[in-house]
Design a protein around this ligand. Sequence first.
Ligand code: TYD
Length: 223
Amino acid sequence: MSLLAQSANKPGFFISFEGIDGAGKSTHIQAFADELALRFPNKEVVLTREPGGTELGEKLRDILLHHPMHLETEALLMFAARREHLATVIEPALQSGKIVISDRFTDASFAYQGGGRGLDLAKLYELEVWVQMRLQSNGVEQRYVLQPDLTFLFDLPSATAEARRSAARDPDKFEQLNTDFFEKVRQEYLRRAQDDAARFRIIDASQSREIIWKKLKEISLSI
Ligand code: TYD
């Protein structure tokens, strides 16, 4: 059965792209959206990002990426931006049958605020449930935590990512952190992937662009 037919977010389909800064996910995300638009001409593809994706969320993004703040404030603002994003962009799109692709989602909060910066994961699980818990009522009422149907994790050693970052651009607040930080971010991403293996596709991001693209195209065929 296709992944679309098994979607927990029917009639839509929700995909997230994740990875440490410098892993190269941004190079492929637009091309992947275009590929899905070709494969599913009757379904609109919505490409969005976190933090951000809404007018308020983009303002929060600007603050989050450039303003120093307490770690818990940072986590709360990430989830506040996510709440708005779900309410005004992601869920309406899924309910009208669209394919939503988000450049980062909750796994990034676990990886960066949890793994990287050391926020107690128990607090992040609480926020995840707080923001993503939904009630389904088809006869019986059932609670579930809304998640992407599919998550690409661009994985590579943090030292390789650091070399790519320093060649590429002026760093934001997160990108200025060191290799140790990013190794912890990476390990938390891998732990989340292990915890929810059915949702994740781990992409070896140390390979060439062409090989990565081939892999993404291959996975797109299973959607
Ligand atoms: P990123 O997605 O890498 O965008 P760009 O390619 O434009 O730099 O940047 C977003 C940054 O925000 C990235 O460093 C990860 C961080 N982030 C968190 O720390 N927690 C989160 O929950 C999210 C969504 C992002």
